[in-house]
Ligand binder design. Sequence first.
Ligand SMILES: Cc1ncc(COP(=O)(O)O)c(C=O)c1O
Length: 417
Amino acid sequence: MTRAAALPAAVRADFPILAHRGGTYLDNAATTHKPRAVLDALTSYYTTTNSNVGRGYHELGRLSTDAYEQARGDVRAALGARHPDEVVFTAGTTDAVNTVADGLGRRLVGPGDAVLVSGLEHNSNLLPWRRLAEETGADLLVAPVDERGRIDVAGFAALLGPRVRLVAISHVSNVLGTVNPVAELVALAHRHGAVVLVDGAQAVPHRPVDVRALDADFYCFSAHKVYGPMGVGVLYGKRELLAELRPVRVGGGTVKGVSATEPVRYVPVPARLEAGTPDVAGAVALAAALAYLGGLGHDAVRVHDEHLVRYAVRRLSELPGVRVVGAPEETPSGIVSFVVDGIHPYDVGSHLDGRGIAVRCGVHCASTFLDRLGLVGTVRASFAVYNTESDVDAAVDALGSVRPGFWTTEHPDTRFL
Ligand SMILES: Cc1ncc(COP(=O)(O)O)c(C=O)c1O
């Protein structure tokens, strides 16, 4: 068995849903399945530890708080952050970006200032900045991307300047899997005094991330895309910058004490940014997911990703009328987007669905990028550690019989998701 084939062979049994459902799941960039280690972490937390955190003066309360803070420490270690206090648990990437846009953006940005994003951002790393610009009178600048989905570094640099207070870019494109030269872009932005947020939602599942090496001011990701549960994610932030965030939500767990007459005294970060009862089980299970991935080894994941992406590109290229978008084999990130001549991506997706193959089709919440590519959408196959060559073969075989359908004939230009 090759090294690339060894990984899925070793891990498939870890994912109960694969045996339960059968079929071919190639929509991992939307969300991955969960290994037993993560499901067990959730169940174990609720069976043995369940209690609110940071509040109860009793044993379970202490155990739960310890488990939650242990999870924070584990995330710190996984990201190479300096201190656990630099890790804020959020509801996911979208929540993390909004937390920074609302909490810091409104402090840093005013009329005449600018926020710089790239032309390939997911709506979750675009709309919070767009709204910030609209509501503060700032400009939203968009760094150009080429037809392969790479940020044009010279074009990015040319837009920087004293007006640009904030930069928000993704590490890996959710549409084409392109890996952006984040460290270079961060260094350029810092030279002009801008604060940089990196959306790592599609990076963390596929590559080791070291926030200090990237020198990102903020870095965020979602647990559910990296084998963890839904509804929880991470906002990493440099301590001194997190401390400047105005909490978007205030409430229980964020204060030292409240009286009717005195000004409210808030606790330091990260608790200040985690108002209300957090998803403790989710955080614990997220740490279990990162441990699971770490246990497989980033090297093994990289070899697997490279192999499967190249295999998929080769097999898809054998099909007449099928065109792979971009050059996913150059920076394999488990994502291969393609189009079929004259057939709407939704028809391709529903044809594959009818044959038990799950893919994502449409604009992938990145319609401005799809505009740049001149496409109504793509079909996106995205891989996880359990996917095999046979999964790719199943999709390629099914594509052999795809024909124009409802969307192609009735709504050839339709695009919404
Ligand atoms: C690059 C990128 N950013 C942000 C998000 C939003 O993540 P979530 O819905 O988990 O908040 C996604 C989800 O697809 C994504 O791919």
